[in-house]
Design a protein around this ligand. Structure first.
Ligand SMILES: *Cc1c(COP(=O)(O)O)cnc(C)c1O
Length: 404
């Protein structure tokens, strides 16, 4: 998908095009946000920056549905999540990683990386890929392991296109001494999330999914029990990732280190757009696009990868074509070359090997019915070209009525 500026003699591309980034992160960024980020750089130790940061923080609180502080860290979602893990795990305690996909497994890996330094007993609750974490199993674990200080869950497991019942999980963890650290990186701004009402202790997201920004910012909201934990627990083996440092600056509408000023500015505008549309309306639009996509996939007789689908991303196993299994990289290259649509493939992990076997499309952020119908029509055309037995027009016949 060479953007205009990447055209070369060897890779000319058309003079006109409209690329569509339908991957579940990064996602397309609205023009108004791109324009805001093109403004001259301002210095960050100024009243002007502090005012922008303060407005961003307030908007983030409304999107997170919390009255608690929301920190903005430079880095990807993983940076923010790792910071929360290492800042909040109690040295010498048990930590539980609920792993239902690639991202849950990553949080397990991070715990293991720090385990020797923090003397952590790392426990894993492996959930079959495509299924949702079970609140009752987490409750039982916490009853048997009263020294657990932190539970990590993935609200919307992007690798398996699966959502769990975050509210129910927050309720069971809230009855224990453990904190709940939730990865809602493809949940927040796409699926309903009520941080305070549900009692989620720590909620993390990133800028490049539903929040309509390029990659580069991670956000961490800290509930009352998490704030108390930061006070009571010594800092971990880290410096930049120590949330105590970020929280201290945040209280003065500031950040400890030079922030990505352009991204902060852009995020303020993107959140303004979300609030103008109305957060509930954004949730409803996301759900509509997801329902239409699932209907189209089902009409094409595709097998969904999730038994408990997230509305932020839809995934299916490749069907067989005339020459057996469809070649994932060729299929996605054709989507890119013919339609300028970028879709995602699958990932390999400990719970499953889905690389080459599945494809996924996003419903998050700056995406509408037109983008979705175009993607579904292109998918159907290319699957038919690969020899799949699909009745032409069946995808749109199933999807369109749900988008009216
Ligand atoms: C994208 C994503 C992340 C973070 O990935 P980064 O590449 O570090 O931004 C974490 N969890 C989930 C569920 C994600 O979708």
């Amino acid at each position: 998908m060479p953007p205009e500026t990447d055209r070369t003699a060897a890779n000319p591309g058309p003079l006109y095009h409209k690329p569509r980034l339908m991957t579940p992160g990064p996602t397309d960024v609205p023009p108004a946000v791109l324009e805001e980020m093109a403004r001259p750089i301002i210095h960050h130790r100024t009243k002007q920056f502090q005012a922008i940061y303060a407005e961003l923080s307030q908007r983030l609180q409304r999107i997170f549905r919390t009255s608690q502080p929301v920190l903005s860290l430079a880095g990807s979602g993983t940076t923010a999540f790792e910071a929360a893990q290492i800042s909040l795990a109690v040295p010498g305690s048990t930590v539980l990683a609920v792993a239902a996909g690639k991202f849950g497994e990553r949080w397990e890996d991070i715990f293991r990386q720090y385990a020797p330094f923090l003397n952590l007993n790392v426990q894993v609750m492996a959930v079959p890929w495509g299924q949702a974490a079970n609140p009752a199993a987490i409750e039982a674990f916490l009853k048997q392991n009263a020294d657990t200080s932190l539970v990590t869950v993935v609200h919307s497991e992007t690798s398996t296109a699966t959502a769990c019942d975050l509210r129910a999980i927050a309720a069971v963890v809230g009855k224990s001494r453990s904190l709940l650290l939730a990865d809602s990186i493809t949940g927040l701004g796409a699926l309903p999330v009520e941080m305070d009402a549900w009692g989620v202790d720590v909620l993390v997201t990133g800028s490049q999914k539903a929040l309509m920004l390029p990659p580069g910012l991670g956000f961490i909201a800290l509930g009352p029990r998490a704030l108390a934990r930061l006070k009571d627990t010594p800092a971990g083996p880290c410096y930049n990732l120590d949330l105590r440092r970020w929280l201290k600056s945040h209280e003065k509408n500031d950040v400890p280190f030079t922030p990505p000023v352009s991204l902060i500015r852009g995020q303020r505008v993107a959140l303004e757009m979300i609030e103008t549309e109305g957060l509930e309306n954004v949730w409803a639009r996301t759900a509509r696009l997801a329902a239409a996509s699932r209907a189209a996939f089902t009409a094409m007789k595709l097998k969904l990868i999730s038994a408990s689908p997230s509305d932020s991303v839809t995934g299916a196993f490749y069907p067989d074509g005339t020459e057996g299994a469809i070649d994932d990289s060729k299929f996605r290259a054709a989507m890119r070359a013919k339609y300028r649509i970028e879709i995602a493939g699958g990932q390999d992990g400990r719970g499953a090997n889905w690389k080459g076997r599945i494809f996924r499309i996003s419903h998050m952020g700056y995406v509408d019915a037109g983008d979705t119908l175009a993607t579904l029509a292109a998918l159907e055309t290319e699957l038919i070209a690969a020899g799949c037995a699909i009745k032409p027009g069946s995808a749109l016949a199933a999807a369109a009525p749900l988008l009216r």
